[in-house]
Design a protein around this ligand. Structure first.
Ligand code: S3P
Length: 429
């Protein structure tokens, strides 16, 4: 398979959620260029509409307009976050500072994801939050006047850190938070700084927020999502010839961990035309096919590549040797138990792989992947295994590829578009 051309991936999911939430608190009209229009982005848009924020239609190629009211209003319906963990968790943070009660719910997958870890610090700040005994959704949030906290996060998580920072922002109180391991993505911190707030990190890893800025409605420009680009980078790496350029991708260093691991495995990805949009580094990624070797991915690297483990595991199945991912237990509470699904799906395709406790092992093979993939409706599992479907003599049936719409609208046509010369449709998909 020969790859080629210049391609653009959909807008960054994390930045789109945050641009929406911050705009909702910035009285007046804001705009977002390049916003993601996927199902998860729609969940945040409809969450905010229920609170009285005017959010225009999410259409690709069209600037998104958001008009925030003076104060948010109590919703007259349950706030359904669909599959979106970021909407639910950032949403809890926002609601913790609002003087009304609301209920947050989600789909079957989101209902079983951990919310205690968000509820606890928000309670310590003064919000009243009811959670199901088993954890998860639905949760009821009664917000109000908040107080300052100093909080050690139980896991490095940008959703959790973002929820606390958003509560502090909306409530006008200082907070200090610390992550236990590597740093999770720092988009919230960068956006707050862009609005003039002090967000400082000390050498011990404490992040301090001071409510000393001023939210102003403005124009935000969202680059391509590196976590979506990752799948196309993976496909190009597995191709036999050619060169692929992915233009204007967000390359925030807290998101590029998978590029470092891929390079260590022998992958060829160059970053070119660097620039910066609203405080976020942006560049083109140029990828060439490569032969891969196994590597060890250390615990400290995980937060910087948390969404790319399924893809890296798929690539590891084509590398020489056994790749080990340490401390990846957090993958068990993503949109699915990703750790279990990665191992069982690789096994179903004839690859040696196992997930035990918090560790994942994958042994590479040259045998073409043949078999059926179970996604449990998880977008990143579907896309990671679709990449293996591009290999010579692969024959992979994916039970649900449409779930890719959660983060990457028109994923299959984007993937097919990488092979300009000769590919009418991907074999086995
Ligand atoms: C996200 C943070 C990550 C990531 C998710 C998006 C965000 O989750 O997996 O896709 O935008 O804050 P965690 O913070 O739970 O690790």
């Amino acid at each position: 398979m020969i790859v080629g051309g210049r391609h653009r991936v959909p807008g960054d999911k994390s930045l789109t959620h945050r641009a929406l939430f911050l705009s909702a608190l910035s009285q007046g009209e804001s705009s977002v260029e390049g916003a993601l229009t996927s199902l998860d982005a729609r969940s945040s848009a409809s969450f905010l509409r229920a609170l009285g924020v005017q959010v225009g239609p999410l259409r690709s190629e069209q600037r998104l307009r958001i008009r925030a009211p003076k104060t948010l209003v109590a919703p007259n319906r349950v706030l359904d976050c669909g599959n979106s963990g970021t909407t639910a968790r950032l949403g809890m943070g926002l609601l913790a500072a609002q003087p009304f009660a609301s209920t947050i719910d989600g789909d079957r997958s989101l209902r079983r994801r951990p919310m205690f870890r968000v509820a606890e610090p928000l309670r310590a700040m003064g919000a009243t939050i009811s959670t199901p005994e088993r954890d998860g959704l639905p949760v009821m949030v009664q917000g109000g006047r908040l107080r300052s906290i100093e909080w050690e996060l139980p896991v490095s998580s940008a959703q959790l850190k973002g929820a606390i920072l958003l509560a502090a922002l909306a409530g006008g109180v200082p907070v200090r938070v610390r992550e236990p391991g590597g740093r999770s993505r720092d988009h919230t911190e960068r956006m707050l700084r862009a609005h003039g707030y002090t967000v400082a990190e000390d050498p011990d890893g404490w992040i301090s927020f001071l409510p000393d800025g001023q939210l102003q409605p403005g124009a935000f420009r969202v680059p391509g999502d590196i976590s979506s680009a990752a799948f196309l980078v993976g496909a190009a790496t597995l191709a036999s010839e050619g060169e692929l350029r992915l233009v204007e991708v967000g390359v925030n260093p807290t998101r590029t961990g998978f590029l470092e691991v891929l390079r260590r495995m022998g992958g060829t990805v160059e970053s070119s035309a660097p620039t910066e949009w609203t405080g976020e580094p942006v560049a083109d990624l140029v990828v060439r096919p490569s032969r891969l070797e196994a590597t060890e991915v250390a615990a400290l690297e995980i937060p910087g590549l948390i969404d790319e483990v399924p893809l890296l595991a798929a690539l590891a199945s084509r590398a020489e040797g056994t790749t080990v991912f340490r401390e990846v237990g957090e993958l068990r509470v993503k949109e699915s138990d990703r750790l279990a699904l990665i191992a069982s799906n690789l096994n179903a395709l004839g690859v040696e792989a196992s997930a035990e406790a918090n560790t994942l092992w994958v042994t590479g093979t040259d045998r073409p992947p043949v078999g059926r993939v179970v996604t449990a409706g998880d977008h990143r599992i579907a896309m990671a295994f679709a990449i293996l479907g591009t290999l010579e003599r692969a024959s992979i049936e994916i039970d649900d590829l449409r779930c890719a719409d959660v983060s990457f609208p028109r994923f299959l046509s984007a993937l097919e578009g990488l092979y300009p010369d000769h590919h009418p449709g991907l074999r086995g998909l």
